[in-house]
Design a protein around this ligand. Structure first.
Ligand SMILES: O=C(CO)COP(=O)(O)O
Length: 124
């Protein structure tokens, strides 16, 4: 079964995520991709050939959905470009997602430098 990668970016990091997805399009195409709603929309607009399953927007439960998918073994790797300089109403959801990625010990990149490494070291 194709392994699944989750892609998420906070608003200030969405340009970065769109660029990242564009540059790694051929590798990402080998994964099943899930994303929070707005991030997924940006990725699809930049990379129309990628098949992206869009969940709810982060503040409306998208982080929690991805956390649940980690808990059920449906998400194998998380790339989350976080904005460390803006406070978020759904900060508790973000923390819960990171906690579950840690509990289930899946590869998790929270910035681009680490995401770049995961793209070269982890295959679906
Ligand atoms: O807020 C987010 C993650 O916490 C991202 O959600 P969106 O991709 O819907 O903006």
């Amino acid at each position: 079964m194709t392994r699944c990668i989750a892609l998420i970016a906070h608003d200030q990091k969405k340009d970065d995520m769109a660029d990242f997805a564009n540059r790694h399009q051929s590798v990402l195409a080998q994964w099943r991709i899930v994303a929070t709603g707005t991030t997924g929309g940006r990725i699809q607009a930049t990379c129309p050939n990628l098949d992206v399953t869009r969940l709810k927007s982060g503040p409306l439960g998208g982080d929690q959905q991805i956390g649940a998918m980690i808990a059920t073994g449906e998400v194998d790797m998380l790339i989350f470009f976080v904005d460390p300089l803006t406070s978020m109403p759904h900060d508790v959801d973000v923390k819960a997602l990171m906690r579950l990625a840690t509990v289930y010990d899946i590869p998790m990149a929270l910035n681009r430098a680490t995401a770049e490494i995961l793209m070269t070291t982890h295959t679906p």
